[in-house]
Design a protein around this ligand. Structure first.
Ligand code: SF4
Length: 428
């Protein structure tokens, strides 16, 4: 099913030694995930138990949004809580009771831990258990950590979804579960393609609301749509569900291989698969070719940030003609990443974790055409004449599957075009 692509490299990166770094790292925290998660779960509320810093981060990540009924907030831990002078559990009970009395539309409440709540060892699991008993069956209360201590921003979604898996009912039904919070339009495209092949029933995690939830069990097979869902992968495995391993659905090749892995699981014939995918594949190929002209022959350096780095390096090297110099990822989960690592030709430095100063030195020495990094590093590197792409944009923008493949290439080519224009203007 990958007939139109270059054959897999004779030596992929699966056995490439990994440079493991455990120094200072520059990433956002997992609270960021609330921005896209609250849009997917229509009856959920995210209550961050944190500091004013956490409230500011959420507000600025969300932009200026005015809601009639907001679906996230911060319960600010005051100095008396942090100093252990007040009973934070009692305070939290009061805040949650007031919130749920005022908002009967909330069916799922997530207590989201933060750095401050972890530092004072506020037991949110205990709080969630107590509140679940108090507010059941109308409201389900779960907890997860969005703390930035030793984590990266996409781990917030992973922790949230992993927290939901144990409370899904048991089921023996043979069902396909798509895992990951994608924009609705993108999710609909994936489901449309799979249903056109005769695959179903298809469920999604997170479900749009509690009423549309389903069971999970040994006959559930699941496909991840995001590479950072490692804890969710483990939680589903503990429920007996089986993972369909595949490259991630970025670009024409990744999407085709991802769909083909699922199609094989459900016994779809190659003819049917070709019939359903031929047209969108052609559109994707054309769009990528147009958007990637400026990328062809260039080099790229990834700082670890979104956890999307390895699949994106595979996309840029195999479909956009780029050369990867270094591919840094916060964590490399072998089982989830192997299909992408197999396709990424041996050559780039593969790095896990970060020691930011050392990595900056390597990047400056390499002078890549494009550097993919977090917001905090982008501006200083731009000032040094390097062209950068903010990794966080790759999570906020619809980039999965065929119809978005051109936009994905465009996200990388835009900064290069912009710099070329600026240089041209400066020369005139
Ligand atoms: S959770 Fe930690 S890293 Fe995130 S905003 Fe709060 S204090 Fe900062």
């Amino acid at each position: 099913m990958t007939d139109r692509f270059a054959p897999p490299p004779s030596r992929g990166c699966s056995n490439t030694p990994v440079l493991k770094e455990r120094g200072q790292h520059e990433v956002f925290c997992g609270l960021t995930g609330i921005i896209w998660l609250h849009r997917k779960m229509q009856d959920a509320f995210f209550l961050v138990v944190g500091s004013r810093t956490c409230a500011h981060l959420l507000q600025s990540a969300a932009g200026v949004m005015i809601f009639a009924e907001p679906r996230f907030a911060t319960a600010v831990l005051e100095e008396t809580d942090l100093a252990g002078m007040a009973d934070a559990q009692e305070e939290l009970d009061r805040v949650v009771t007031e919130l749920l009395q005022r908002r009967p539309d909330i069916k799922q409440l997530f207590l989201v831990g933060s750095c401050p709540s972890e530092v004072i060892k506020l037991d949110l699991a205990k709080a969630a258990e107590r509140m679940s008993a108090q507010f059941a069956p109308h409201v389900r209360v779960l907890n997860y950590s969005g703390s930035g201590i030793e984590t990266t921003f996409t781990q917030g979604e992973d922790a949230c979804l992993a927290a939901m898996v144990p409370v899904l009912p048991a089921s023996d039904a043979r069902e396909l579960l798509l895992v990951g919070a994608l924009p609705d339009v993108v999710e609909e495209q994936a489901i449309g393609l799979l249903e056109a092949m005769g695959i179903g029933p298809i469920r999604v995690l997170p479900a749009p609301n509690r009423d549309s939830e389903y069971g999970v069990g040994p006959n559930t097979v699941f496909a991840l749509t995001q590479p950072f869902l490692t804890d969710t992968h483990a939680a589903l495995g503990r429920r007996g569900a089986r993972h369909i391993a595949a490259p991630f659905p970025f670009g024409e090749e990744g999407t085709t291989q991802w769909l083909w892995a699922i199609a094989q699981e459900f016994g779809v014939s190659p003819e049917k698969f070709a019939e359903v995918t031929e047209k969108p594949r052609a559109r994707a190929r054309k769009a990528i070719a147009q958007a990637s002209e400026v990328l062809n022959g260039g080099s790229v350096f990834f700082f670890p940030d979104s956890q999307l780095e390895i699949p994106l390096a595979r996309f840029l090297t195999r479909e956009c003609g780029m050369q990867a110099i270094e591919v840094g990822a916060p964590f490399i989960h072998r089982e989830i990443m192997t299909p992408d690592l197999d396709l990424l030709a041996d050559g780039p430095t593969l790095a896990e974790g970060q020691d930011v100063d050392k990595q900056l030195e390597r990047c400056r020495a390499a002078r890549p055409n494009l550097t993919v990094c977090g917001l905090g590093l982008a501006n200083p590197l731009e000032a040094e004449g390097m062209t950068t792409k903010w990794a966080i944009e790759l999570v906020f923008t619809p980039v999965h599957f065929y119809e978005q493949a051109g936009d994905l290439a465009g996200l990388f080519s835009r900064p290069l075009r912009r710099r070329a224009l600026l240089q041209q203007e400066a020369a005139e």
